[in-house]
Design a protein. Structure first.
Length: 303
């Protein structure tokens, strides 16, 4: 699975998606039926057979049957990737294995550690000083980037300064594609969407333009299962690698495709659509409660 979607809620992974049901989170199956009862205060998607969930705001991990296999004692937890997960306990970041053993204890050395991909994970020192660590916790690419994203297809998207251009490095930290893009997303399925001087394109891993998309889209997301989500005038549609608009930009909300389905909302209806843009299953959007409104959650999604 692409590391950009590992553990994402509302995205299908290993046959289930973590969604909000009433005021708690549970998991639905590919038919839209509840598979794991909503009893968590937080939940992420499944990865490598486990999902991070919160009970009374402490995170642990469940298996696909809903059984708690790592007790909820962490203040924060990311999904497992390459057999490891980043957790936080008492303001200290750690890397644990699937048995809950601490592999690396960072203390307060780093302010953030991301998902492992290609044997490396992003690590932040202080504020917006991002580099990459290996599985032992050693910093192997110095923290000199304002922003850094996980390695995908052997390349990582990075930005040197807050108002600087974005480019792509390899696992040695060498720029393979020089910082030149005003906007960019990570590689997926061999290409990355980039914006240069107002023109969007898909480029390959050598930086060569594969498809020129032009200026008709406000934003372009990476390809997932051959399809990309695009934004046009505040609405969302779907294109393919060649830039063909397959589904008109009509959705008020649209997620990425995973396992053949993507969460979508249009007007007062939401659910999961297929590649043709048709709902496989759907239901009316739950109106925000008074508590939602008081807390500013105007569009808090509930399944």
């Amino acid at each position: 699975m692409n590391s950009a979607i590992i553990g994402s809620p509302w995205v299908f992974s290993e046959g289930m998606a973590a969604v909000v049901i009433k005021n708690h989170m549970g998991f639905i199956n590919r038919n839209g039926n509840v598979e794991i009862e909503p009893k968590f205060t937080g939940a992420d998607g499944f990865s490598e057979g486990l999902a991070a969930v919160a009970v009374k705001n402490k995170y642990g991990f469940i298996d696909r049957y809903g059984t708690m296999v790592l007790e909820p004692k962490y203040d924060f937890a990311l999904a497992f990737s390459e057999g490891l997960a980043t957790v936080q306990i008492e303001n200290q970041l750690q890397i644990i294995d699937k048995a809950g053993n601490v592999v690396v204890d960072f203390g307060e050395e780093y302010t953030d550690v991301g998902l492992f991909s290609c044997g490396l994970a992003t690590a932040e020192v202080g504020f917006n000083n991002n580099g990459f660590i290996d599985r032992s916790g050693k910093m192997v690419i110095e923290p000199k980037f304002f922003m850094a994203f996980p390695f995908i297809d052997g390349l990582a998207l990075v930005t040197l300064t807050e108002d600087g251009k974005s480019g792509f490095i390899d696992t040695t930290g060498r720029f393979v594609i020089q910082p030149q893009f005003d906007e960019a997303e990570s590689f997926s399925e061999g290409v990355a969407p980039v914006n240069k001087d107002g023109v969007w394109s898909f480029i390959d891993k050598n930086g060569a333009e594969v498809t020129r998309l032009g200026d008709r889209f406000d934003y372009v997301m990476p390809l997932y299962e051959g399809y990309s989500r695009v934004e046009m005038d505040g609405k969302y549609g779907i294109i393919d690698k060649e830039g063909n608009l397959l589904v008109d930009a009509k959705f008020d909300n649209l997620n990425i495709f995973s396992e053949g389905l993507a969460y979508a909302r249009i007007g007062d209806t939401h659910g999961y659509i297929n590649y043709s843009g048709n709902f496989e299953f759907q239901k009316p959007v739950t109106k925000p409660t008074l508590i939602d409104k008081l807390r500013g959650r105007k569009d808090w999604l509930r399944w």
